[in-house]
Structures are given as C-alpha cells and as structure tokens.
Design a binder for this molecule. Structure first.
Ligand code: F6R
Length: 261
C-alpha cells in the first residue's frame, strides 16, 4: 500500500487525478470506478481541467459508480445517478451511455445487482477504483462486518452513515435506509484502488485502514491485501498514522519513473 500525505485537500485531488490519468494512459480500454460524496470532488475537478486542456479524453471510457440509494427516485438531486451526472459525466465530458450507476429503483433488486456485476465484467473490469472512506471505515456502502468476499447487493445503511449523509438532505428521515453497493470482493477486483480522505473526522478510520489489523470491523482494511492500493491523504486525515514520517520519506525518494504527479 502506498500512502501519500499532501499539504492540503486540493493537492490530494491533484495527486489522485494524476494517478487516474496515468492508469487511463497505460490501459488500452480503461474503465473507471467512481465514488460519490465529498471526498472525490477535487479529483473530478482536476480531471475536468485536464479534459478542458485537451490532455485527457474520457469520451469513450466506461465507468461504474460504487453505489446507489434504494428507495430514492432516480431523478432526486441526491440520487447517485443525479450526483454522478452532475459531478462526473458532464464536467468530464463522458458519454452518459457509458456511465453506469446501480439501479436502486429496480423492482427486482437482486437481479439488478447481478446485472451490475455482469456489466462490470463485460466491460473488462475496473482499471482504477476511486474510493472515499466513511467515518466508520466503510468503502462503497460496505458497512462494518461486511463480508470481504461480498459482491454487489442490497445493504442496510449504518445509522452513523445516515447521520454523516444527512447534510445532503433536508432531514434525517429523508436519508434512505438502504442502498445497492458493490461488494468488497467487487472492489478488490479492480486493477488499482485509489482511496482519498481529507479532514480530521477521517483520521481514525484511515489509521485503522492502513495500520490496523485486517478486520471486517473496518471494511477498508481489506485494501491492505490489494496489490496496487494508493491512499492519498491531507495532513488532518493522516494525523492518526504512526508511520507518517516513513510514508513521507518513501514518497520523497520515489524513483522518477514511478512518479505520476
Ligand atoms: C460514496 C461511497 C462512500 C463515501 C464515504 C465518504 O459513493 O461509496 O463510501 O465515499 O461515505 O463520503 P464523503 O466523501 O462524503 O465523506
């Protein structure tokens, strides 16, 4: 696992966007794995700037979002279908037909979950999966004690997650109780995983992910088993790490040919 500590949240976005761009350049048919929430917004802004500058073309790239609420109209402004359209598809000039979000409104939710897994695999698998992390250590909406081998399925949101996401809705009652999320097994199949975190509220979850035991109590800790996991943090999110100085030393001495930012 590579841990990169940046001076501020915008630099987290710049470095992580450079990693995404590098993976896209290295693969013939790249497939993006998208996260919603606040954490990846700076990545999308930096990627949009690259698209604007003509340095990156994502118009023929397939993309798959991690998750979607169940029981929320697809056209609700906070459905992840709406959020992805607003924050990713449009600014990154992607083809809406190639940008997929799980169908949380499906009548047969299990069939929708299976169809989503199939679509990812038919696209060739995810090249780089962008991830935020919940304050309880979730990735996607794989809440604590999620199976490490889980696939896309319906999950009940932890109350902690509903409280954290209340800021996007007018009341806690409006926050859905269920979601359709890629599983930890699905996420681990991506060829690269890229987790970003900013702010002190994420420090405990980040420390448990990077330096804690691998345990389903902190679902993101499974990333310790990924061959190509990159974690990009601001100082506040990194503040709980014991080996901070070591990560900074390693990054400062990273060979030029391995650098992407
Ligand atoms: C979003 C997702 C979640 C978020 C996490 C952090 O698609 O899967 O795991 O990444 O809840 O959310 P923010 O970034 O809003 O703090």
């Amino acid at each position: 696992m590579e841990v990169i500590i940046c001076p501020d949240a915008d630099e987290v976005g710049r470095v992580a966007a450079a990693k995404v761009a590098r993976v896209c350049a290295d693969e013939e048919r790249p497939v993006l794995g998208l996260a919603t929430g606040s954490s990846p917004l700076a990545i999308y802004a930096h990627l949009a700037a690259k698209v604007e500058a003509g340095e990156l073309d994502l118009s023929a790239v397939d993309a798959f979002a991690l998750d979607e609420y169940v029981g929320l109209d697809r056209n609700h402004p906070e459905s992840y279908a709406s959020v992805i359209a607003r924050t990713v598809t449009e600014p990154l000039r992607m083809d809406p037909a190639r940008v997929h979000v799980p169908d949380g409104a499906a009548e047969d939710i299990e069939a929708a979950a299976e169809a989503y897994e199939r679509a990812i695999s038919e696209a060739g698998g995810v090249s780089v999966q962008i991830l935020g992390i919940g304050t309880n250590g979730h990735i996607g909406f794989n809440e604590p004690t999620s199976s490490f081998s889980s696939r896309t399925r319906i999950k009940t949101l932890a109350e902690r997650t509903r409280l954290d996401n209340q800021r996007f809705f007018s009341s806690l009652e409006e926050v859905p109780t269920h979601c359709l999320t890629q599983g930890l097994g699905t996420i681990m199949d991506a060829r690269h995983v890229l987790l970003v975190a900013q702010g002190a509220a994420k420090a405990d979850a980040v420390a448990a992910t990077v330096e804690g035991p691998v345990s389903a109590v902190c679902p993101a800790s499974i990333l310790q088993h990924h061959r190509r996991a990159t974690v990009v943090l601001d100082e506040a999110a990194a503040s709980g790490l014991r080996l901070r100085g070591y990560y900074q030393h390693v990054y400062a001495h990273k060979p030029g040919w391995q650098r992407f930012a």
